[in-house]
Design a protein around this ligand. Sequence first.
Ligand code: PGA
Length: 259
Amino acid sequence: MSKAMFIANWKMNMLQSEAEKFCQSFIELTREMGSLADVGIAPPLTAFSCVKNCLKQKPEVLLGTQNVHWLETGAHTGEISPTMLVDIGADFAIIGHSERRQFYGETDARVNQRMLAALKHGLLPIVCIGETESEFRAGKTESVVLGQLRDSLGTATSEQLAKIVLAYEPVWAIGTGLAATPEIAQNVHALIRLKVSETYGATAAKQVVILYGGSTKPDNIEELLACPDINGALVGGASLKADSFAQLIARGRKGDAQK
Ligand code: PGA
C-alpha cells in the first residue's frame, strides 16, 4: 500500500484569522517533512480561500470541503454544488460524515448521490461510514458498517471505486477522546476491505484507501497506522492546532512505514 493520507476535518471551527495563523505555523512546523502530498485540509467554506492563499507555498496540500450537493445548479437555498467547489479549487469532499447522518438526516442514498456528483466533477469523495455506540454495544458493527458501505457505494463501478476514499469512523470514538483500539479498528478495516474484494475484486480491494477517524492524536496515530488495513486518518480535534496536526502526520508516517 502506498503512503498514508492525513485529512483534517475542521468542522464548524476556524475564523479566517485563525486559519491564517494555523497555516503560517503549519508551514513552519512541516518545513523539514518533505512533500505534503499526503495531507488534506477541509476548512469551513468561509475559510477556504484564506487557506488556499496561505498555503500557496505548499500547493501539493489537498483542499476540500465537508459536504457537496448532488446537483449542479438550481433553487437549493444554502447549498453548494460540485461545480462551485471545483470553481474555488477544491480537490476533495467529505461525504456522509456521521454528524451529517446524525443531525442533518443524511442517508446512504444521499451519500451515494453526492459521491457520484463529486466523481463526475473530478472531486475525490471521502465517504464516511461507522456505527453508533449503541450499535457497537449491541454487536451490530459489522452489519451496520457493511450496510452503509453497500448502500453508499450503490452501483459504483470498480473504475469509480478506484477514485474514492473510504473512512471508517466509529461514532462512539468521534470527539470523545476514546479512539478505537488498533485491534478494533484493524478488524473493521479488514472487514471493509474483504467486502470490497468480494464486490469489486482483489486488485480494487488492495488499492482502496481506508482512513480511520475518531479521536486520533499524535499519541495514538503510530500504532493505528501500523495496522495493515489502515491507510490514513480523518482527523477532527487534533487537526485544529498546527502543532498537533504536524506531529500527528510525522508519527503517522512512522507507523505507516512499519507495514
Ligand atoms: P475527532 O473527529 O478526531 O475529533 O474525533 C474525527 C471526525 O469527526 O472526522
